[in-house]
Design a protein. Sequence first.
Length: 266
Amino acid sequence: MKLAFSTLGVPGLPLDDVLALATAHGYHGVELRAHPEEPVHPGIDREQRADAAARFKGAGVEVLGVAGYARVAAPGEDGPVLDDVRALVDLARDLGARYVRVFPGGGDEQGPEEADATAARRLGVAAEYAADRGVRVLLETHDSHRTGAAASRILGTVGHRNVGALWDVMHTWLGGEQPVASYAALSPYLGYVQVKDIAGPDDTVPLPLGAGVLPLAECVEVLSREGWDGWLCWEYEARWYPAAAPLPGLLRAGREHLGRLLNESA
């Protein structure tokens, strides 16, 4: 498996510094948080996109994915949501990224069946657009659809290879789902896996990998046993927790921890 980290852990850091961290600490790729406060987002122009892509290529680091904030199950008109997804897909294509991350975001204003149908309809439209650009749109296990079982209800309805799943191991655990069940539900659709660690369900401040309660060893063991050979991406949510320890000083130990888990499960 290849290892990446998300720029959510180093919010606003210049791209050259992000790449320096990746190369210094042995990460193969980076997930880019696509928000206007970051150096790379859908609002940058063609020249800036080409420059960013060239920097990644020159450093030998892959742009794993573009982490957007479109909420495909949210109530309201389809148009604005689809516009957001298309903009993310275009950015991913221009950067040479394989994946775009979207959220469910079903909320409390509609029932589960309506939220499922809304998300499936929008993702079905987005799938064709993404296919033409060589990009895969991944629905993260998050908020209204935090378990693999919930996300798979949508993905099974879409049934398109350019729409898949992003397994966030914290959210499936918070949803009461064991890793073996999450993998079983998501495996037909799995793009990549976000790893992280926390102290518990009532304390989600990010911790160094291995310092908390999340079943990372079990997740890696399931993936290895099933022969899955994709990406593990460390999403350290420092942007939302200013008191969290700075990510740069944790990156090497995090990569070593994941390496041990991979060796133990081999």
